[in-house]
Design a protein. Sequence first.
Length: 457
Amino acid sequence: MTSSVSSLGSSEITSQIDTVEARLDAPITVLQNQESADKATISAWSSIQGTVSSLSTALAGISNLSTINNRAASTSTTGVVTATATNTAAVGQYSLTNVTLAKMQEIYSSTLGSGSAKIGSGSGAQSLTISLKNGKSETVSVGSGDMTLNGIAAAINKVAGGVTASVVGTATGDRLVLQGSATGSAQAFSVTGTGALAQFDYSASATGGAMTVAQAAANAALKINGVPVTETGNTVTTAIPGVTLSLVSSGSTTVSVSSSPGGIAGAVDSVATNLNAAIAEIAKQTAYVAASSASASTSSSAKSGVLLGNYTASDMSSQLLSAVTAAAASGLSSNAIGLTVSSTGAVSFNSATFSTAYAANPTGVAALVDQIHKNLAAATTNALGSAGSNGSINAQTTSYNDDVTSITSQIAQITKQNNAQLKILVDEYSIAESASTSAETTQAYLSIFTSTGNSSG
């Protein structure tokens, strides 16, 4: 210090303390800058890890091509049958003729006034027994207070068996309608009632009953390439292996089963999209931008990546790209199936090229896709790690995280030491300033005393 303590004003003391504090904080600033750089690096690796993880997830879609449907089914006419096919279906055409739909039985009563009008005059519960052709039967009890069409229908529906009931209004009165709950001839039913409910008796073998058949129970029937086929319902699942037929109306049509790479193409496209995202993210984090270019723009894209020069990142990009470009199987390359890599490292997929290649050589294309999957799976495992082993990304982030932890500890320790030194310095200045003030006060007092003495003499 060039000034004496007595000449120091409080602002000058503060300035000198600030200077000392800045000098003490210099190492902390260096550490904080390093910490910021480390955190930026960790963030960059985290971004890359996210895209590589997404790629790994997409790869699951091509891990087993046999689970991806590569068959399509179509019909020559609309409105008769709809068809779907699975991988097990053989490619070919199937002629469907004389298609008739499965039906559920439906019968109705004569008009009997309103749905709420009482039926019969007896008292006590009466019953209806409904017997299905398949041997099942159910008995419905109807109390005297429910002896109306509405009450009978409610009692039948409460049982929730093989028949449902409803009341249909007409201009001349309401009818009780009974309908089987399932299609097929085995779902045909008869009705036997007691007391006033006997008027709802029905049997297919009887004539002159009060109930009228609106629709008889029937199985679906058709011929496939001339072979008769019947089903209890309108969905046929076993007649053509791997093909499901949904019967819509009576008639004839032709079902065609063809090879369809759409499912596989979609899965490969997803891999290409996610691979491109991973490559692009690595390129962003390792990009070099000249200082003049960076200073001319405030955009973050105009700044060099924080992983510029990082070998691990560059090698990861190379592994991912070569997993596609170096893949070959059955005389096919990735370009041949529409999976290309540009000179800038951009990955693209052409589904039309893939479909053409698949139609010409489905086995070869499948083998190549499997090889690409294996190559990319190995590259993503190297990056992400697997059970019991760390990947290259984790190895990088662990090192930087350890460094951040160490820096944080160093900053805390230096800060503690600096605070202690500053406190000593401030205390010393305070003592010195206090002593200086005390000396000046004494001197002023003596000066007054001396001046008084001289005056009196």
